[in-house]
Design a protein around this ligand. Structure first.
Ligand SMILES: O=c1ccn([C@@H]2O[C@H](COP(=O)(O)O)[C@@H](O)[C@H]2O)c(=O)[nH]1
Length: 235
């Protein structure tokens, strides 16, 4: 099933028992998992070694955002752990992104470092308020994506609404990782820029990050299978 190569299930839990129950239940159907701040901090990072012991691929979503040296050292940690993807915020700036890209090459790292553009929980209005700008959300995402690409990083986190245009601007190989994916049958929760799994794939999303529609479902395996089937139908 090609759809398995598109879905990253977000393990937003506080303890390893919940993680293990879900990962065992989903079995071979899910290859990619996202470990974010909640599970990483609550388990002292144990999640990474656990998932690697099962040969699962990890998106380490810790969204590093700090001064140049501190961000680089955090990225060095993620690369040494050998995660498939990790991320920083694009607003760290081009100098930091360029230096991370150089460091990863010097380390012969295979990890992909991507940059968060505008969070999928953000509306245009809220973004303009925070950044004191009249720029459209779309332009903000495109600018951040272009700066990320020019700095030598591998791709971005953006909503599926922006994915096709990001690819147009930054090239087909520039990776688009898209949270804010919601099947028609699930709640949107705190996500604002949402698309269904099928729409997201059709609009250029390389990877779909999906958490609560699976983890909070009455039957998580059935939910995951419905999502995989929806994607498979458009591949
Ligand atoms: O812009 C972003 C960046 C990261 N996320 C993360 O993705 C998952 C989405 O989970 P859902 O339960 O499917 O909403 C979550 O872990 C976020 O931290 C994001 O949503 N948006």
């Amino acid at each position: 099933m090609k759809a398995r190569k598109k879905v990253i299930t977000a393990l937003d839990y506080k303890n390893m028992d919940d993680v293990k129950n879900l990962v065992e239940l989903l079995g071979d159907e899910i290859e990619y998992y996202k470990a974010g701040l909640e599970i990483f901090l609550n388990t002292g990072g144990e999640i990474v070694d656990y998932l690697h012991s099962l040969n699962k691929k990890i998106f380490l979503d810790l969204k590093f955002h700090d001064i140049n040296n501190t961000t680089k050292m955090a990225c060095e940690f993620a690369a040494r752990k050998g995660v498939f993807i990790f991320n920083i915020h694009a607003s760290c700036g081009t100098e930091t992104m360029y230096e991370i890209s150089k460091m990863l090459k010097d380390m012969n790292s295979k990890s992909l470092c991507i940059a968060v553009t505008v969070l999928t929980s953000m509306t245009e209005e809220k973004m303009q308020e925070i950044f004191m700008t009249d720029a459209s959300l779309d332009n903000m995402v495109m600018n951040m994506a272009e700066l990320t690409g020019k700095s030598g990083l591998h791709g971005v986190v953006c909503s599926a609404w922006e994915a096709a245009k990001v690819k147009e601007r930054c090239g087909e190989n520039f990776v688009t990782v898209c949270p804010g994916v919601r099947p028609a049958w699930s709640a949107s929760d705190d996500q604002k820029r949402i698309m269904t799994p099928a729409e997201a794939v059709k609009n250029g999303a390389d990877y779909l990050v999906i958490g609560r529609p699976i983890t909070k479902a009455d039957d998580p395996k059935k939910a995951a299978m419905r999502i995989l089937e929806e994607i498979e139908a458009v591949l």
